[in-house]
Every structure is written in C-alpha cells, then in structure tokens.
Design a binder for this molecule. Sequence first.
Ligand code: MG
Length: 386
Amino acid sequence: MRERADLERHLETALAPYAVRSADSRGRRVAEDEPPYRGRFQRDRDRIVHSTAFRRLEYKTQVFVSVLEDDHYRNRLTHTLEVTQIARTLARTLGLNEDLVEALALAHDLGHGPFGHSGEDALNEAMRGHGGFNHNLQGLRIVDLFERRYAEFPGLNLTYETREGFTKNLSAESRAKFGFLNDRPSLEVQLVGHADEIAYDTHDIEDALVSRTLEESDLESLALWRQAVAEVLNEHAELKSDHRLRWRSAVRRLIRILAGDLIAETERRLSAQKIGTLAEVRSCAQELVGFGAELRPKKVELERFLRARFYYHPRVREHAELWQGRLKQLFAYYVDDSARLPDDHRRRVEAEGATLHRVVCDYVAGMTDRYAERRWSEHCGEQPVA
Ligand code: MG
C-alpha cells in the first residue's frame, strides 16, 4: 500500500514550484492526525462531498427557478460539477494542485441560499442593520460551524487552503476574524474563481438558447460568440443548417477560447513577475491568474449582455421576484416568533446568544428552493377556506 506521505510526495513532485503542496499547508483549525492513505486536500474534498450542504445544491436555483422549469437546465449542483471539471483541467495544465482545486471548486457555491441571486438579495435586505448576507461568508460558516458530523469539532475542519476559497471580497477585518492572514490567495484559489466565470458565461448562453429565452440572432452583437460560431463553421460547414448542434458546438468552442486565453495569460504574468515560489505568489501585488487584455473587454461585453438580456429577462425575473418577496415573508414569519423555528435553530438563540435575525437567516439560507416553497405554503400561503 502506498501511504499518504509517499502519495503526496509522488503526486506533488510533478507540480509547478509555485503550486500549493501539502507540506506547505497552514493546517486545520483543530489539529488532527491525517489519514493513512489520503492526502490532506483529498480529505477536504471527501468531507465536502459528504456534507448536507453539498447535497442541497441539487435543489437550488442557478438561473432558472428549478421547480417551475424543465429538468435539463443547470442547477447549482450541475454548475458546481462543471466548474470543477474546468478547474481541474486548468490546474493540471498549469502544474497547480489538482486535489486542492477540486476541493475548492466543489465547495465554491455551498453558501448560496434558495432562488439564486434574487434569494441572496432578499436575505441581504432582510438582514439590513443586522450584518447583511454574503454567500462567501455563509459558505465559511457552513464548513466551520453548521455541518455537524464529527465528535471532535464543529463543521468540517477543512485546511486553511480550502477555507481560503471563501475569502473572495472579504474585508481585512473579516479575514482576521476568520483566521486568515492578509496576503494574496494561492493560484489555486484564483484559478477556481475564473473557472466559475468560464462555466457560467458559457452554460448560461446554452440554457438561454435551449429554453428559447434568447435567440441566436440576439447573440450576434457579441464578439466572442461571433468568433466561436465562425471557428465552428470553418470546420463544419454542414452545421449552418443544424442550429442546435451549431449552438452546442459554439458553446464548447467558447469554453476552449476562454480556457486557452486564461492559461496563456496566466503563464505570461507568472513569467513577467518572475514567480518561482508559493511565497512569491502570496506577496505578489497583482492577481496572477487572469484573462488577457485583448479578451477582457469581450468577456465584459458578454457578461453585461447576459445580465441585461437573460438574468433580467421577464421570464426569469417574474419567478425570481415572486420568490424574493415570498422569502422575505418567510423570514418575517420566523423573526416574529422564535418558537416557530425548529428546535436546534431556536437553541442557538437561547444557548449561544446568537441574534434571532442571524439564526433565521442561517435557517432560510440553508433551505433548498422546494423546501422554502413548502414552508412558505404552510406558513404564509393563502389558507384554503374552511
Ligand atoms: Mg458558481
């Protein structure tokens, strides 16, 4: 049997000098013996996949309100799996730690509440004056506190390097509060953020076209889409007459264009900044993983278009706004009387001195779309006439 230390050495000798190695880990919040035959970051990945929050991703909205639409659009779980496979491919190509990247990608959306970004806005509004709601911080609270599966510690007790995935846009004050140093995140963390963008920019186009929320002619104003379609037709002229296969081929080509640009630009920055160690990554003044100067404005154009024409499309907005309002009603229902909360949540107010607003927020944020619907119908929906 190959033991953990041998496995880690074996796998990690092939990594680039600036990748994160297990031996560099800043450790776990509670010290543990590492298992005999799994690396530290593999263990993090396993803990994430076995968590309750991970399973709930299946019933949380990405863009479409899942229960009201067909079953073949993305939900937060399938989005997470797409981000993970894109990120692993990029990590392997750049010589970064693929096990760590896998754990980071699988965890990256754990903190999202029900009903996508409109749900997040509803929670943030309900929490105004009470500390607000942010899905990254919520993800950290889930993996540090709320998953209860181990006798030895609360949460999943992940390594610093995996927890660091939730530090995007955190203030220096919040970083310190959650035990993070004030330096730049690893290349692995930077990479997963961009893999997330590649995944949603491209799969949202596909979902928009397949659902006929947008027509292909709507996309012709976008430089990146025109490039992808031209490349596809150059190789397969017969796709001129097969629009579905043309869309799907163009979406795949778009992933290739974005991923290829990210790899080339990241390598350029690493060499321009003469990065040779992880310490140099952490002290570098600029972000090292990124898209090139020529591609960036085209990507911004595409994202602006998706926001205006897809995320704010009446068909998407109608359901989103309906549930934004209902989520606020549900929130108010629990805040009105803490006795309405499930026992384990109510106990946090009594035993831990957590504020009622925060406990309600944690409860509602943990709900899947369909669970929130059931609770709303039960407590706030129109009552049948007796
Ligand atoms: Mg995501």
